[in-house]
Design a protein around this ligand. Structure first.
Ligand SMILES: [Zn+2]
Length: 425
């Protein structure tokens, strides 16, 4: 396998006494001492002109400590040397998250394009490592969304190997965060949103009702339900006496939105009409059950249907969250019942970053390749030039799965997920 880049792993201090006076042991002296150990690492170098493989051969130097006489090789760096570097991991996760390619397909592409053997299990490991690297980005996205003026929320079911669970999505206008929860119970939202000061946009799922902040319900959901009721009860005049005034009120307001955007200054002019609508509605009484039910629903949500007219930049629908969750739904189709929680959580970290990049109109691949962990700083282009080291190490405590049985460490955090990237299909 050529060409190779050679790299020597050096030590700065003696492993036994900590002394910095180390002398390299020459070849002729090495008869009875351990040979330098060699490992290969793999990377992909991606440029506008093409993608090429880089193989880095890393060899440990052998030292004698001038203080205590200990003969040693830099073991820690050697053990922690990553087999796959960031460029290769970025390329693989770009294929997996942006193009939904399975582990098996990525494995085959790496073999066919680059002559690299990266097993499915290793691809899971790459996902886990990348999720770990970008966990800071993920936390930052959550913070940013919770500090923002508007938060869209939605949830959907997911079938895991161990049973069903739920994936929640939280979005601002530009940031997206997906989160797995084992149940659909909304209790965690109270805690999570306790300091949120903006407007919450959601559908009519009851778990959102008790959250203490201004709320805007998705009016597209409401209109869809109204239309269905009209189809179910085509001759119900009572029902139409509710839906028609509602539709004409909303039409007037949407016309203002189309002309001026989501600006409170212009939208608040409609607050009189909104009050009038609810005052008239509350005084009506119906014999028709669907009309009564709709009346109850509208009155119950009175403060949550037109909240957007009292704020700047709050949409009257939940498209931002629903579009984001669609991305997850595509992935879900590919992995029904074969995912585990750990693998799903890793995936959701990367999907959150992918979807945020899309909403911000930046390249997910370029963001990954930059190694930057702050998306806003990446967007602004004022990244601090970080000196790239010639080699890359696994995080402390991480043992790659292919070495777990060899090393049997006391603390190991192998990505024990062997399914989430999906079977080869
Ligand atoms: Zn020493």
């Amino acid at each position: 396998m050529a060409p190779l880049c050679a790299h020597v792993i050096i030590a700065k201090n003696c492993a036994a006494c900590g002394c910095a006076k180390l002398a390299k042991v020459s070849k002729s002296e090495r008869l009875n001492i351990p040979m330098p150990r060699v490992k290969r690492a793999f990377d992909l170098v991606i440029t506008p002109g093409g993608i090429r493989r880089r193989v880095i051969e890393c060899r440990t130097a052998i030292y004698r400590c001038e203080h205590c006489g200990q003969i040693m090789a830099p073991a820690e760096q050697y053990h922690r040397l990553a087999k796959h570097f960031h460029g290769l991991m970025s390329w693989a996760m770009y294929q997996h998250v942006a193009h939904r390619l399975s582990g098996g397909t990525i494995e085959e592409m790496l073999r066919e394009f680059f002559g690299l053997t990266v097993g499915n299990e290793e691809i899971h490991m790459l996902k886990s490592l990348m999720a770990r690297y970008y966990s800071k980005t993920y936390r930052h996205l959550i913070q940013k969304i919770l500090l923002g003026p508007v938060l869209h929320i939605d949830e959907t079911q997911v079938k895991l190997r161990t049973g069903k669970g739920y994936v929640w999505v939280f979005t601002s206008m530009e940031e997206v965060v997906f989160m797995y929860r084992p149940t659909r119970e909304g209790g965690f939202l109270q805690e999570m949103l306790k300091d949120f000061r903006g407007v919450l946009v959601s559908d009519f799922f009851f778990a959102y009702d008790s959250i203490d902040c201004p709320q805007q319900k998705c009016l597209i959901h409401l209109i869809r339900d109204m239309n269905q009721e009209i189809l179910n009860n085509p001759f119900d005049e009572d029902l139409q006496s509710v839906t028609q005034p509602f539709a004409s009120l909303l039409r007037t307001i949407v016309t203002t939105v189309d002309t001026h955007g989501l600006k409170r200054k212009h939208l608040e002019r409609h607050s009189g009409e909104v009050d009038e609508f609810f005052n008239v509605l509350s005084a009506l009484s119906f014999r028709s059950e669907p009309a009564q039910a709709l009346q109850d629903r509208l009155m119950k949500n009175r403060n949550k249907l037109f909240a957007f007219i009292h704020h700047n930049g709050v949409p009257w629908n939940n498209n931002n969250a629903e579009n984001a969750i669609k991305r997850f739904a595509y992935y879900r189709e590919d992995t029904v019942g074969i995912m585990r929680e750990k693998g799903l959580n890793d995936y959701l970290v990367l999907l959150s970053i992918y979807q945020t990049c899309r909403y911000k109109g930046i390249s997910f691949l370029k963001f990954l390749l930059s190694r930057e962990r702050d998306i806003d700083r990446f967007c602004a282009g004022n990244r601090s030039p970080r000196r790239r080291s010639a080699i890359e190490l696994y995080p402390k405590g991480f043992i790659p799965p292919h070495l777990v049985t060899l090393r049997k460490p006391k603390i190991s955090q192998p990505p024990n997920d062997s399914s989430t990237i999906g079977d080869d299909r």
